[in-house]
Design a protein around this ligand. Structure first.
Ligand SMILES: [Zn+2]
Length: 85
């Protein structure tokens, strides 16, 4: 049910059409004991800042709450002087 179509990289929040800058992932154990669930959402910077773990009831040994920058949102000035020949 949670799908992130690769084509649309707009903020996942309803009513927000900012370009997504981060992917927020949360992996938790479902109450039913069916196993791990991984929820993923791409969000703009402002909405990523508002994100927080929402499934701490489902915490387990491999629980993950993680924010990764989207590759296209990263300005790579820092790596542009890498030797590239
Ligand atoms: Zn947003």
């Amino acid at each position: 049910m949670v799908e992130t179509p690769a084509s649309s990289r707009e903020c996942h929040r309803r009513g927000c059409d900012e370009p997504a800058a981060f992917v927020v992932r949360e992996r938790y154990q479902e109450e039913t004991g069916k196993g791990a669930v991984e929820a993923e959402a791409v969000l703009c910077r402002a909405h990523t800042a508002e994100e927080h773990p929402t499934n701490l009831d489902g915490v387990y040994a491999e629980y993950v709450f993680r924010v990764d920058p989207l590759p296209e949102a990263v300005s790579d000035d820092a790596s542009s002087n890498r030797s590239n020949e």
